[in-house]
Design a protein around this ligand. Structure first.
Ligand SMILES: [Zn+2]
Length: 306
């Protein structure tokens, strides 16, 4: 009996650790909801994901609150857009966290924009031209092909930080990549009627979306990136549309839509609110819903007769 008990004790030890409540291997802090959603897709129960901003917050400028600093302090991996999108708050957050693992250049610091081809990279950096980013336009998540590229790099980073679960991450990544490619094919086909259509943007937030779907940006409501639209600039845009009419005006879920609504009313163009990230609309519950809803809203805007 004693011998048998001893055997049970030996067997029970490793079994017990497996039977413990799911203990995530990696603590991830994502700057924006789309990267939180992607980390969750690729990490499943192996990651514990917190997100610094929600879809109704302007990711260019948020407060590094104490709760956020605390989350950064014990993170194993910080996943952000990069390309200076978070330049106003992330460096402060990382510095105040005192967490050596997630500082720039460390494996625990992942910038999604490093892994895609950037658009609107300025040839001359002139900050007087507004919120111009040296690394190009940072709003890369509006093109699902960019999400696919980031997924490859993020999957590799998860395996690097948690090699014990490399096979699990690999499996999840392959599965995600397959479902994502199928979805891109579907979205691209659905959005085919949009190709060549002229649109106005409230903020220069959709260049990657336009690049993917072949939309043509003919005007921007902000006089300079990050500068609120002024009455005089709106009048200029309205006048310019007489020469080159637009079908719709796009604004992101986090933005005050009034400038777009003003243009919609005065220029007779449809106003399309883009979820922009996961949680930006009822339909954008996850990454797949984000693009299902984005494409559906664009098609509805294109078909509307305001
Ligand atoms: Zn921006």
């Amino acid at each position: 009996m004693i011998v048998r008990h001893r055997w049970i004790a030996l067997l029970a030890a490793p079994l017990l650790s497996l039977a413990l409540p799911a203990h995530a291997a990696l603590r991830v802090l994502a700057c924006e909801p789309e990267w939180g959603a992607l980390a969750q897709e690729l990490g499943g129960t192996l990651v514990d994901v917190a997100v610094a901003t929600n879809a109704l917050q302007d990711p260019h400028q948020i407060q590094a609150k104490p709760s956020l600093i605390a989350r950064a302090r014990n993170a194993d991996l910080v996943v952000c857009t990069g390309a200076e999108l978070e330049i106003g708050w992330l460096p402060v957050l990382l510095q105040q966290s005192g967490n050596a693992k997630v500082q720039a250049g460390q494996p625990g610091n992942f910038a999604a924009a490093d892994f895609v081809r950037k658009l609107e990279v300025p040839t001359v950096l002139d900050r007087s031209q507004g919120d111009v980013h040296a690394g190009g336009n940072p709003h890369i998540q509006t093109d699902p092909r960019n999400i696919a590229l980031v997924a490859i790099a993020l999957g590799a980073r998860l395996r690097q930080l948690d090699p014990a679960h490399a096979a699990d991450y690999e499996r999840r990544q392959t599965d995600f990549a397959q479902r994502w490619q199928q979805a891109i094919t579907r979205w691209s086909a659905q959005a085919a009627p949009l190709r060549g259509m002229s649109v106005v943007s409230q903020h220069k937030a959709f260049v990657y979306l336009y690049d993917w779907l072949g939309l043509k940006e003919v005007a921007v409501l902000e006089p300079k990136p990050g500068v609120e639209p002024t009455a005089s600039h709106l009048q200029e845009v309205l006048a310019s549309l007489k020469g080159s009419p637009a079908k719709m005006v796009l604004c992101a879920a986090y933005q005050d839509a009034r400038p777009s609504e003003w243009l919609g009313k005065n220029a007779g163009v449809a106003v399309v609110k883009i979820p922009f990230t996961v949680g930006g609309s009822d339909g954008a519950k996850d990454l797949f819903g984000l693009f299902d809803d984005t494409v559906a809203r664009l098609l509805a805007g294109a078909a509307a007769r305001p």
